[in-house]
Design a protein around this ligand. Structure first.
Ligand SMILES: Nc1ncnc2c1ncn2[C@@H]1O[C@H](COP(=O)(O)OP(=O)(O)OP(=O)(O)O)[C@@H](O)[C@H]1O
Ligand SMILES: [Mg+2]
Length: 350
């Protein structure tokens, strides 16, 4: 294992922080810590990098505990949200600095800097100063500086959050490419679920100082383990029900399957794409309601249904299906995939 975080706990004086964080990252893997502001992502990352002293637990890199080492002795390198470039130094000197400290020869440094600037798509930028670069270019230089140190684990704390949407998108793709070319192991922090889903080999979903789920992006989306993950990732519909035996009863005569064998009060969750609309004549045993809104979104449509006294559902329909619908039409709602969650779990609303 390239990185192991073992029972990490860090509580600040205020009582905030993280508890019992356990995480294993394989060599060459890109793992994302995802969660809302304040959930503890930076706390975990800084503990790995050595900028914070945890209350308990251990951090192992390539099998060796680094918990007693200061940041500069750890085989890690961190890219921050703010680029932290030295403004009075050229791009070349910013990049060469770490290598000079490591006593590399002039030729070695020149070659490494040229190569890494190619890698981050800034060839020939050696003589520029940070103030002459755009935000995205500065962030690439910051990334290049970390790459040059060839860390065993590269730590990135919301490195693209200051960039506009388009540039952020590009940087994501570039980082993915760099990771594939270099085989570097990365721990990436973001509160942007789209960024996490598109970038990661695995995602660690955090909530309130704890880990809710660790899994591949598709699995996080398809099989959210907790109600929190279900509500945090993607769009989801929620209905209250009562579970008993093989069924979750939403109301008399309307049941969903109870795969998890839950009992008592539950929340039934289903994605907009898992809703099929039926004619009223075929709505026996289904939820029923009226089409409230139809939004054409290019190749698909978001169709909102106002249920008879159970609130609003959001569904995604193909544009062909949406063409045959009209606002106010009565429909039956067939749900093809439902997951139940006990109601006592934390639920932030969807
Ligand atoms: N130095 C500190 N002293 C006291 N509390 C802190 C300190 N640093 C962070 N916290 C608190 O610990 C919790 C976790 O903070 P952390 O910075 O790890 O969150 P985060 O997930 O990185 O959030 P964000 O997305 O906003 O960066 C928060 O409630 C925060 O207020
Ligand atoms: Mg943070």
């Amino acid at each position: 294992m390239q990185l192991t975080v073992k029972d990490l706990t860090k509580r600040y004086k205020t009582g905030d922080g993280v508890s019992n964080i356990n995480l294993e990252v394989e060599k060459g893997e890109l793992v994302t810590l995802l969660g809302p502001s304040g959930c503890g992502k930076t706390t975990v990352l800084r503990s790995i990098g050595g900028f914070l002293e945890p209350d308990s637990g251990d951090i192992l890199i390539e099998g060796r505990s680094v918990i007693k080492l200061p940041p500069e002795k750890r085989p890690t390198s961190m890219v921050f949200q703010s680029y932290n470039l030295w403004s009075h130094m050229s791009v070349y000197d910013n990049l060469a600095f770490g290598l000079k400290i490591r006593k590399r020869s002039k030729d070695q440094i020149r070659e490494a800097v040229t190569d890494v600037l190619k890698l981050v798509r800034l060839p020939g930028f050696e003589k520029k100063y940070p103030a002459e670069l755009s935000g995205g270019q500065q962030q690439r230089v910051a990334l290049a500086r970390s790459l040059l140190l060839n860390p065993a684990v590269l730590l990135l704390d919301e490195p693209f959050s200051a960039l506009d949407a388009k540039l952020r998108h590009e940087m994501r793709e570039e980082l993915r490419e760099i990771q594939m070319k270099t085989g570097l192991t990365m721990v990436f922090v973001t509160h942007d679920q789209e960024e996490a889903l598109s970038l990661s080999d695995r995602i660690v979903v955090m909530n309130n100082g704890n880990i809710e789920q660790i899994a591949q992006p598709q699995e996080i989306y398809d099989e959210p383990e907790t109600l929190y993950v279900a509500s945090f990732i993607g769009k989801m519909n929620f209905l209250k029900g009562v579970a008993d035996g093989g069924h979750i009863q939403i109301r008399r005569g309307i049941n969903f399957p109870n795969h998890k064998q839950l009992t008592g009060n539950v929340i039934a969750a289903f994605r907009p794409e898992d809703i099929e609309l039926r004619e009223m004549a075929d709505s026996e045993g289904l939820l029923t309601g009226k089409i409230k809104q139809i939004m054409i979104l290019g190749h698909y449509a978001e169709v909102t249904i106002e249920l008879d006294d159970l609130g609003i559902l959001r569904s995604f329909q193909t544009k062909e299906i949406a063409q045959d619908l009209s606002i106010g039409k009565d429909v039956g709602v067939h749900v093809t995939k439902v997951t139940g969650y006990p109601v006592n779990e934390t639920y932030i609303g969807g």
